[in-house]
Design a protein around this ligand. Sequence first.
Ligand SMILES: Cc1cc2nc3c(=O)[nH]c(=O)nc-3n(C[C@H](O)[C@H](O)[C@H](O)COP(=O)(O)O)c2cc1C
Length: 171
Amino acid sequence: MNILILQASPRANGNTVWMAEEYKKAAEAAGHKVTLVNVAKKKIAGCLACEYCHGKGNGACIQQDDMQELYPLMNEAEALVLAAPIYYFTLCAQIQAPVQRMYCVNKPAKVKKMALLVSSYSPGVYDGATAEFRDICNYWSVENMGFVTAKIDEQKTEETKQKVIDLAGKL
Ligand SMILES: Cc1cc2nc3c(=O)[nH]c(=O)nc-3n(C[C@H](O)[C@H](O)[C@H](O)COP(=O)(O)O)c2cc1C
């Protein structure tokens, strides 16, 4: 299976990068092809709601930013993993932008399954993120494989690593 992981934390040594890499290793070990994109390093603006894509653009977005290199990867992926920290009780802006820019084609063409990896400092801050993730899975009619969360004392631990490996095992 062709897997795309979008990693959205700007912290190179943070927990989200670590979980994304552990997921990649586990999925590759099971024989999947995995592409990990650090979207935090990309320049991806929010959707302009200009509707160019639904008119003259015929599915293409008018904004010429780094999302243009992500569209082919999004549309070839069969499973999509969102890896993001919690900022202000929701998924960070760096993951929201690429997801919302899929508006031009409505949904990634081949994605059948999605998973979520989330880091935070505090416990009990995941309701917004997991509800959004659940609703996107439903909206895109893809299987919700579930999520792994890691608050500060759960980050980079063997227990969390095993949860990430188990989540990758659902592919
Ligand atoms: C702008 C900002 C907002 C944050 N908001 C929250 C929050 O609402 N709840 C929380 O528990 N942690 C919050 N955090 C902490 C991060 O979620 C936490 O440090 C997480 O481990 C970051 O992931 P990373 O290690 O992959 O970068 C915030 C951090 C930043 C920079």
